[in-house]
Design a protein around this ligand. Structure first.
Ligand code: SAH
Length: 355
């Protein structure tokens, strides 16, 4: 039995009944043969979307120096884990390692770990990071018991969410079913009194949709426990808001929004990150949610951009200027993307974020 991912999902729903949105997202993104991240390298101008580290080296350089400053601020532990979760092509980690090579003691103390679910992307990352002595793991629970400095850029938005619609007397989960015409689409489950959503009764009305992301909460709980126990920090960078409300599930194919049920496995599926839910799930301290443009400006992107510009001319200079604009401007990634740091209670947060 094979066929496209749409055929596989349709057969499964006919056999077993409607599936959760989380199940649908996880299958579309990570199915071993047909999953979006399993079958392609979607990043960059030729792919479906372009992420901050692929736009300019400045992003990874500044993130790397922020992590290194935080390591110094917490007493420069002689051995620590330098980790990235959801590393894409490995570009961000490569830029972090290059930018920090002159920070005394940092590279010698760092053991590099990449947490990646896709075999295809692991292969791309090992090419980008060859000679860097990196280790790959599939899950944050496999991180060493050691101080941890970690970055996650556009990782949490790829994790599977569930959606619930407020009804008269409770909530109805939005499930993926097969419509009468044979396409995939949303249907509503029976009304239940979903106790996990009790805290959403105050800020919602009948008909409103709320989203939950169980895997994200589990991951920040594990990362926060390592940071609390051993010291360290994490920078979570993603699009989303402190408090999420409404349907933010979306599909992107060839840089354009598309119908998320049209071509399972062929489009990138994401949802906005609910930073408040992450903050509630982590046992360590957290910063305020800081817009990416403000974060990068506080870390010195203007000065770094000027230094790089001095060596460029013509089209290279124009591309550099537009990359700076894309990363920082409020009409581009500057406001939509947010940064939240996790750090030990009683310690200073990494530079760049507000408290
Ligand atoms: N951080 C990168 C790419 C972000 S895309 C950049 O900024 O360019 C999301 C990444 O998370 C991909 O590498 C994808 O394969 C990985 N990923 C998705 N779900 C995952 C999971 N459950 N565990 C580990 N990695 C996952």
């Amino acid at each position: 039995m094979s066929g496209t991912l749409k055929d596989i999902l349709t057969r499964r729903i006919h056999a077993e009944g409607p599936i959760t949105l989380a199940d649908y997202m996880a299958t579309c993104l990570l199915h071993p043969q047909h999953g979006y991240y399993a079958t392609r390298d979607p990043f960059g101008h030729a792919g479906d979307f372009i992420t901050a580290p692929e736009i300019s080296q400045m992003f990874g350089e500044l993130v790397g120096l922020a992590l290194a400053q935080s390591w110094i601020d917490q007493g420069s532990p002689a051995s620590f884990t330098l980790a990235e979760i959801g590393p894409g092509r490995g570009t961000l980690m490569a830029d972090i390692l290059r930018a920090t090579q002159n920070v005394p003691g940092f590279r010698a103390a760092a053991k590099v770990y990449l947490i990646e679910a896709s075999e295809t992307l692991r292969a791309v990352q090992s090419e980008t990071l060859k000679d860097k002595d990196a280790n790959w793991i599939a899950d944050v629970s496999q991180l060493p018991d050691a101080p941890l400095w970690l970055v996650a850029n556009e990782f949490f938005d790829a994790l599977p969410i569930r959606q619930f619609q407020r009804s008269e007397n409770g909530w109805q989960e939005r499930l993926v079913h097969v419509t009468a015409s044979g396409t995939l689409g949303f249907g509503l489950a029976q009304e239940t009194d979903f106790s996990d959503l009790a805290d959403r009764l105050d800020d919602t009305k009948v008909g409103d949709v709320v989203e939950t992301c169980g895997p994200a909460q589990g991951i920040v709980a594990t990362i926060g426990a390592r940071i609390n126990e051993h010291c360290g920090a994490a920078l979570v960078i993603d699009y989303g808001d402190w408090h999420s409300l409404g349907d933010t599930f979306q599909a992107i194919q060839s840089h354009q929004p598309s119908d998320p049920f049209d071509s399972p496995g062929l489009a990138d599926l994401t949802a906005h990150v609910d930073f408040e839910a992450l903050a509630q799930a982590t046992p360590c301290a957290h910063s305020r949610v800081t817009p990416q443009g403000v974060f990068l400006e506080r870390l010195g992107i203007v000065q770094r951009a000027q230094t790089l510009a001095a060596h460029l001319s013509g089209e290279m200079l124009e591309n550099h200027a537009s990359a700076f604009q894309r990363l920082t401007h409020s009409d581009e990634m500057g406001t939509l993307f947010k940064v939240m740091a996790l750090y030990p209670h009683g310690a200073n947060p990494p530079p760049g974020v507000g408290v």
